[in-house]
Design a protein around this ligand. Structure first.
Ligand code: F6R
Length: 607
């Protein structure tokens, strides 16, 4: 989704801002722009298309040591040059970049038009530039306060004003913003990824906060009344190389290969071999509170929702508590009943997905307890929750989630284990699962070592116009996630089904052109699954089977991909890893831009 970068200091701002914008490209965007403030006032360059093209098209004289830039993902109005940010007032003395949505922009646009203001774009953001220009406050902070006082909505924004050339003013309400501290130079960004090469000393703004950023430093205040909030910057523990693809041809591949290491990170220090349980201090719930949980409701979007379904199955199996997952994007619209003895679990890589955030707020507004399984430390969802489990997957840059998803599963396994062990899960079973979890990172490595065998299979799947992914019970959410990953980056139609449901309808679609990827683990359903494979084969449907050693596929003519076995409850995540690789190699074979799939954004911060 949209990205913001700003710079003020000793260097020319435009190159720094443009370089920062390229670091946000993975989030998804369709236009880009930059504004600099120099001796000749504010100059703006913006256009639909890539940051690289914007850089190439930049006027020669585009000087200024203060600048703001933006990558836009169209919401109000199509991806045109005029709708790209920054937006300015009529005199070109104010420039604004904005992430989020101004809900009352239609009314404000009408009001401005009635007052004779010529609007140059279709966007909600433009009103902010006019409102700042119209304010008669005598400081830029006062002008921004006045403008924000008139708007309803979410924002992370940065403002330049020709009358206040020594500063950038930024404000946050619902869309992330960080201020980065350099040596006589300062940065602002909507995502640390944009500035981490320059500084790791940052201040994260809270909702309702504004900051004045000058070359010498920054100060924070509430944007409603400009009362100082006194925020200071702190060193963040990030490795800048985590934001580089290095020798890998894409971030997605790098992140898939990192999984043996990142899986260890989410387990580290949380397993108790002696008592066969997990310790999750961040949940902030004692044994009595954990025992009082009567139901678990998991909320997430997209892949996070599918892994939530895997998590619900784990919780029901290990803790024998009814559990289910629901798409967070639908949750609050059905006015859900919030029960005091239900534990709500929000799951999100970015911690910024607006649908998940609003679902958490719905739970908490009605007095429910919500914990978070979140990757990005200090993100909005993490802060909104009552407690949680950080995923420790490191920065995930590729739009298609892989390593974070694996760690979500592992975090669910830890939660299920702890909930189970305060109930009736035996110490023997607890120890069996702890040992299984300890084996998992090595087994993921084994699956990855078999990558070469999957390449040809992936190429064939890539040629299909449509595919099925099928699985049963524990395997069904894995099939959903496999289909999701495949369609996201290969742009092929991939549909997930319960294997048992095929004959109730979709079997009609099976023919030699429609392959099926089937999950057939070594479990109590293996024989029935093989029965379904026969039905597909009888319709000449090509078959790829992800399975375990020892599963007898009989006479079925299928390409077999064997993964190592763990404990049956933990097997789903090992079955998922080949599906990541199949999607990856199919997309690569088709020549797609794997890290930036069309129409998608890394974190979806608008409804
Ligand atoms: C799929 C994918 C998306 C996200 C979803 C939620 O590969 O990445 O479906 O899973 O947008 O994002 P987070 O986890 O950031 O809340």
């Amino acid at each position: 989704m949209c990205g913001i970068v700003g710079y003020i200091g000793r260097q020319e701002a435009a190159p720094v801002v443009l370089e920062g914008l390229t670091r946000l490209e993975h989030r998804g965007y369709d236009s880009a722009g930059v504004a600099v403030l120099g001796n000749r006032g504010i100059r703006v360059a913006k256009q639909a298309g890539r940051v690289r093209d914007l850089g190439d098209a930049l006027p020669k004289r585009f000087a200024g040591a203060t600048g703001i830039g933006h990558t836009r993902w169209a919401t109000h109005g199509p991806a045109t040059d005029a709708n790209a940010h920054p937006h300015t007032d009529e005199a070109g003395r104010v420039a604004v970049v904005h992430n989020g949505i101004i809900d009352n922009s239609a009314a404000l646009r009408a009001e401005l038009a009635d007052a004779g203001t010529a609007l140059a774009s279709d966007t909600d953001t433009e009103v902010l530039a006019h409102l700042v220009a119209r304010s008669d406050a005598d400081t830029l902070e006062g002008k921004v306060r006045d403008a924000l006082g008139a708007v309803v909505g979410t924002y992370g924004l940065a403002v330049l004003h020709a009358d206040f050339p020594d500063r950038i003013v930024v404000a946050r309400n619902g869309s992330p913003l960080v201020v980065g501290v350099g040596d006589k130079e300062m940065y602002v960004a909507s995502d640390l990824a944009a500035i981490v090469r320059h500084t790791t000393t940052v201040a994260v703004l809270d909702d309702g906060e504004m900051a004045t950023v000058t070359a010498a430093g920054f100060s924070t205040m509430r944007h409603s009344d400009l009362v100082a909030t006194g925020k200071t910057a702190a060193e963040v523990d990030v490795d800048a190389s985590a934001y580089e693809a290095g020798e890998h041809e894409s971030f997605m591949r790098k992140e898939i290969l990192e999984q043996p290491t990142t899986a260890q990170a989410v387990l580290r220090g949380r397993l108790d071999e002696r008592f066969g349980t997990a310790h999750l201090g961040g949940l902030d719930m004692d044994a009595r509170q954990l025992r009082a949980v009567r139901r678990v409701k998991i909320l997430g979007c997209g892949s996070a929702y599918y892994v939530g379904q895997m998590g619900a199955a784990l919780i029901e199996e290990l803790a024998r508590i009814p559990a289910d997952a629901e798409a967070a994007s639908e949750f609050r619209y059905r006015d859900p009943v919030i029960e005091p003895d239900t534990l709500y679990v929000a799951v999100s890589q970015s911690g910024e997905t607006i649908d998940t955030l609003l679902a958490v707020q719905e739970v908490r507004r009605k007095g429910g307890r919500c914990v978070g399984l979140v990757n990005v430390v200090g993100s909005a969802i993490a802060r909104e929750c009552d407690g949680g489990i950080y995923l420790h997957a490191g920065p995930e840059v590729a739009v298609a989630s892989t390593k974070a998803l694996t760690n979500m599963f592992l975090a669910f396994a830890l939660l299920a284990l702890q909930l189970g062990r305060v109930r009736d899960l035996s110490i023997a079973d607890g120890k069996r699962l702890v040992a299984g979890l300890e084996r998992l990172p090595g087994q993921i490595e084994e699956v990855l070592a078999g990558e070469a065998e999957l390449v040809e299979v992936a190429k064939d799947l890539a040629e299909a116009r449509s595919l099925f992914f099928i699985g049963r019970v524990r395997g069904f959410p894995v099939a959903r996630e496999g289909a999701q990953k495949f369609k996201e980056i290969s742009y092929r139609h991939a549909e997930a089904y319960q294997t048992s449901e095929l004959k109730h309808g979709p079997l009609a679609l099976i023919d030699p052109e429609v392959p099926t990827v089937a999950l057939v683990p070594h479990d109590e359903l293996a024989e029935r699954n093989v029965g379904a494979l026969h039905e597909i084969e009888a319709r000449k449907g090509p078959l790829v089977v992800i399975t375990h050693e020892g599963v007898d596929l009989g006479e079925v003519n299928a390409r077999r991909i064997v993964v190592p076995r763990n404990e049956p409850e933990l097997d789903p995540i090992l079955l998922n890893v080949p599906l990541q690789l199949l999607a990856y190699h199919a997309a690569q074979h088709l020549g797609h831009d794997i890290d930036k799939p069309r129409n998608l954004a890394k974190s979806v911060t608008v409804e």
